[in-house]
Structures are given as structure tokens and as C-alpha cells.
Design a protein around this ligand. Sequence first.
Ligand code: DHE
Length: 504
Amino acid sequence: MAKYSILSVAIGSALMASVASPSLSEVIDAAKLYADNCAECHQAERLGGTGPALIPQTLKRKKAKHLSKIISAGLEQTQMPAFGEDLSEAQIAALADYIKQPLGYVPKWDEADIMATREFNEDYKPANKPVFTGDPMNIFIVVETGDHHASVLDGDTFTRLDRFETPYALHGGPKYTPDGHYVFFMSRDGWVMKYDVWSLQVVAKIRVGINSRNIAMSADGQHLAVASYLPHNLVVLSTKDLSVEKIFDARAENGNSSRVSAVYQDPFHGRFIVAFKDIAEVWDIASQRAKDGSRELFDLRRISVPEPLDDFFFDQSYNQLMGSARDGKTGMAIDMKDGSVLGKIPLPGFPHLGSGISWKWNKKTVMATPHLREAKVSVVDMDNWSIVKTIETEGPGFFMRSHENSPYAWSGVFFGPNKDKMHIIDKKTLEIVKTIQPIPGKTAAHIEFDRDGKHAIMSIWEKDGMIIIYDAKTFKEVKRMKMSKPSGKYNVWNKITFSEGTSH
Ligand code: DHE
């Protein structure tokens, strides 16, 4: 595997002045400390360079105490040095506080800025067929966020075919081209990386946003859309060479600007569907020219909705979507034709619709979603958008998975004292039939099935973690493989066929 060098980013001129911490600036000049010690790698305005962006959107829930520890001791397996000997405790605390301050403006990051970051792997050699003997449709990608790598696994033998460095802090599912040949990753810092699954090599990468949310592949595999909070936009790249094809400024009809929450592929209508954080619109963007000529490529159709909705779930036809309202208590079903409300669903406890799955139940289709703040899984009838059942769990969850060939749905407890537990739900009775606790005290999260649904693969979401492969029928362990905080796992077949048991 060729070595892939990290790009040093030319950001500079596009940016504006930083915001100092008022509380600490009287005593310690945190902005100067930052400029002297951090700016070289993390960029003068904290937007990221060879090191990640140091802004609240990227640092997320990391507490100042935790950040102080990193500044003081450095980070293993990265180029982040330890400043504990050079800076006082108070200076380190001031820096930790400083990087948690909001930017206070929306940074510019235009086509020229984006294209200046594109880097091809010079050692990349394409292959006209897979260089491995296993089934290319049963390949898994495992994202390992512990040390920012990804592993490629043969899904028949569960052996590792490759392991490579990814950009820092990937988020959301990687997206495959429809033939499973290439896969694209996105990091919270807006880096998009293209990887060739057949030749097992990184192809190229490019920084599309400053703080990005997720990516979506067009049905024809030609275009990749990238949703960002910073700047407020949706960028479409060519999947061939990662060049910018189109930038949509995220502005409502009335001119209001918004963060873009997420972008989704609708495989049946040849379109991207875009969710916004701050404006009451959903966008439908043609991801291919309509055969009857009724829509040009990238034609934008705005759908007005009653309030900002994000975190979508779609019915299997993609004619209706379910979004969560800002209050974190309600789901809203929307007709994609005109934005009319088909139903309001009481979902208190912050449902995570993006993790929802669906299946046939009593001749209907139901969807099930975990909740980020409450210990329950809600099961919703997708014909009339009513709650069929609320399943009590041992703690709030994040991810859920099943497979067409499995009678069970697996749903992990992600938060709280029972985060080491995984529930297995019977899709017929809607009852928990088993709760497993693979390693007490270690977070058990995120399941993915293999192509045939015979095995369920679980993450032990810890730095010294692993994946555990289970027989999906008997729930017996088949194999363990060490991994560094394995987050999501993504099977080529389940992804490209839009399996109802997996997130899309
Ligand atoms: Fe995610 C998917 C939004 C926090 C790990 N997450 C998604 C998707 C959305 C989303 C919209 C679907 C995108 C896709 O795959 O194309 N996530 C959000 C949030 O709004 C939230 C709650 C807050 C935020 O800061 O963004 C959030 N997510 C997290 C985390 O804290 C997680 C656990 C750790 C991390 O990596 O940041 C996390 N999210 C994931 C993963 C997926 C994901 C692993 C892909 C799941 C899949 O199976 O497809």
C-alpha cells in the first residue's frame, strides 16, 4: 500500500479576524498563545491545516478539561506535541477555553479555496478487476476513529485486506459508487477522500468545507454532494476527479442563510434531498438530467415545510420523508411533492431518524428509531404515521440495524451506565428477545450485517476496541478482531442495494 502524505493546506487570505476569550484575555493573551503555538498546524483562524480545525463545531462536546489534557500531554499516533513543559497550567487552560469560543462569523471557502487543497495519491495504480479473490459485493469498510484509519474486510472470511489513514474525525457513512468500485469518506473538517476498493488504494482527497455534515452519492455514481455547516453550502463534486461541479449557497427563497444539516440520495428519482438546520425548506436537486427533459442536471426545486426539519428518514419509495422538528419531540411526515404535512408523530427524547430502519410487519411497513435522550425505541406505522409500539430499553441509543434475511433488529444502548449492552428485537413481536453484554464496561455499538444477513458485526467502541462477529441466528460469537475505536461498518451490497435494514 502506497504511503499517502498529509496535505498542508493553503488557507490564509480568505479569512477574518479571530475572537479572543474575554474572560481570560485580561490575564493571559490566549489569542497570542494560540498564534505562537498552534496556528502553524491548526491555521491562524482555527480552521484547520495539517491539524484539525479547533472550533466548537469540530470539538463538539469535548470538555475544556479534556482539551487541556491533550494540549498538555499531546496525542499519541499524531503529530500533536505535548506543551506541558513549555506552557503553564493557566496558559493551557486559557488555550482550551479559547478554542471552544465560536468563530463569530461564517468563513469564506469558495471553489478556488477548495480546489487548491485537492491532492492525488501519486502512487495510485487503478485495477480493472479486484486485486483480492473474495466477493467484491461482500466487502466491509470499518471506520476506525480511534486513530483515524479505515479497514477493508473480506465479508466471507472476515480477514483484513487493507488498513489506511483517513482524514481526522470522519462522520456519517462512507458512500459507494453503485458498482461498489469506489468509496468516498467525509470528515467533520470537510475533507473528502476517494478510495478504490478494487485496487485497495487511496485515490485522492480534497477539502470541501470547514465544518461538514455528510455526503451523498448520485444514483448514477457521477456526482457526490457534500453538506456543510461552515460555510453554509452544498457542494457537488465530480466523483471522477473530485473537481467542483456546483456550489449551492444555502439560502432560503427569502434570502436567509442556513447551515445544511444533511444531504441524502434518492435512488429512485435521480435527485439529492437536502435538509437545513435554520430554514423551513427542503431542497430537491436533480442529480441527473431527466430522460423526458423535464429537469436539467442540478435543477433546484424548493419545498416549503412548516418549520426547519432535519435528520430525515424516507419511505421505501422516497415519495415521503420524515424529519425531526427542532423541539426534539416531534417527527413530521412530509409529502415530497408539495411539502404538505402527512402526519405528526410524537417522538419525545430526540429520535435519531438517520439511524432508523424499516421492515414489513403485519402487511404494513414500520420504521423504528432509537432516541438520543430517552431509553426507548419507537416503532412507527409508515402508512398512517402512528406509533405502533414504544420499546423500553436500558438506555438511550444511537444506531439500529437489521437485514431483509434476519428476523431481528439490533439496537445498542449508547449512553449511560448500560452502554455496554445491545438489545436484539424480534421484528414480528416487537419485543426484546435478548440483551447481550459482550465486554462489561465497554461500549457496544453499531451493527452491520454481511451481504446475506448471516452475520451481525458489532463495534466495541473503544480506543483499544474491536469488532465482534456474531452468528445472526444463534447470537453466538464467531470471531473478534482488534480495532481502534471502530465506529461504523459498511457492507458494499447492503449499501448499494439500499437494504431496508441499514441506514442509507
Ligand atoms: Fe452522526 C450518521 C447527524 C453525532 C457517528 N449522523 C449520521 C447522519 C446524520 C448524523 C445526519 C447520517 C449521515 C450519513 O451517513 O450520510 N450525528 C448527527 C448529529 O446531528 C449528531 C447528533 C450531532 C453532531 O455533532 O453532528 C451526531 N454521530 C454523532 C456522534 O457523536 C457520533 C456517535 C460519533 C462521531 O463520529 O461523531 C456519530 N453518525 C455517526 C456514524 C454515522 C452517523 C458512525 C453513520 C451511521 C451509519 O450506519 O450509516
